[in-house]
Design a protein around this ligand. Structure first.
Ligand code: SAM
Length: 209
């Protein structure tokens, strides 16, 4: 994602009713934030938010939290949410490196969409599907661990299949052409861009007890 400084982004983010500012305070108690017992799903690296917004509107009985590390990107998501009142959606601006300090035993599903590939070997630990991150995700889940990952990047997809299965995840579902195989799908910004250029979209859904 190309990043430009956006003037006033930080202030606009802070002013949004969707943003959870003191996100470490709710650790273990996120249900109280939503004031219900519905399951909680997160998207890490939500970008400009089309997916998490679409999911929260399609599934009002599921709580969604989108996570993004850059102000300049998060502010675009906030703009798209202006004039909306979606009760089951919240956003956190943070680097997912520290995700273990935010949630514990309360997440149902982690969505990873078009994650940065970090192609150099020396940056492997930054990939959101690396064992470095899979280890961090372990303590977040309330029960069965469940991750859904989609991308247009074949190499990252192959890497991630190996990473998930080496770590003990089992494949629940997989497609090498999501748009041909699946009818219900909320598209992300990157997905719209790459599928319009003719690239197939890969998806894998994995679980671990
Ligand atoms: C390639 S973009 C994809 C955005 C969106 N998911 C989509 O599909 O359109 C990856 C996004 O993940 C965010 N990201 C990458 N690493 C992250 C991390 N460690 N914590 C939080 N966000 C991260 C980036 O800032 C960027 O906005």
């Amino acid at each position: 994602m190309r990043l430009r400084n956006v003037k006033g982004a930080s202030e606009r983010i802070d002013a949004s009713k969707y943003i959870i500012k003191d996100y470490e305070k709710y650790r273990g108690n996120y249900k109280s934030l939503f004031n219900n017992d519905n399951k909680i799903c997160i998207e890490i690296g939500m970008g400009k938010g089309d997916f998490i917004k679409g999911m929260s509107m399609m599934y009002p009985n599921v709580n969604f939290i989108g996570i993004e590390k850059y102000d300049s990107v998060m502010v675009r998501a906030i703009e798209k949410l202006e004039d909306t009142d979606i009760q089951n959606l919240r956003l956190i601006k943070m680097d997912a490196e520290g995700i273990g300090n935010v949630f514990v035993k309360e997440i149902d599903t982690i969505y990873l969409n078009f994650s940065d590939p970090w192609p150099k070997d020396r940056h492997e630990k930054r990939r959101l599907t690396s064992s470095n991150f899979l280890r961090k995700y372990d303590s977040l889940f309330v029960g069965t661990k469940h991750i859904v990952f989609k991308t247009d990047n074949r190499k990252l997809f192959e890497y991630s299949i190996k990473s998930f299965t080496d770590y003990g995840y089992k494949i629940n579902n997989i497609s090498l052409d999501l748009h041909k195989d699946v009818l219900i799908n909320i598209e992300t910004e990157y997905e719209k861009k790459f599928s319009s250029l003719g690239y197939p979209i890969y998806i894998i859904d994995v679980i671990k007890d």
